[in-house]
Design a protein around this ligand. Structure first.
Ligand code: F3S
Length: 61
């Protein structure tokens, strides 16, 4: 599974970095994805973070 953050849409609310710190970290005032793919044991929280992002900046595939 892969995750992507739309840097133009992200408002830096940091919700994703709290919900799924295995995958998301703050890079300045935007969220960035750690690594090239989502670790298997973080898939559920990663999907949850995508659903919870208030501006729907996170896409998973
Ligand atoms: Fe940005 Fe959404 Fe995360 S606004 S910091 S991608 S929860």
């Amino acid at each position: 599974m892969q995750a992507k953050v739309d840097g133009d849409a992200c408002t830096g609310c940091e919700m994703c970095t709290q919900t799924c710190p295995e995958v998301f970290e703050m890079d300045g005032d935007k969220s960035a994805v750690i690594g090239s793919s989502v670790p298997e044991d973080a898939e559920e929280t990663c999907k949850q973070a995508a659903e919870e992002c208030p501006v729907e900046a996170i896409s998973v595939s």
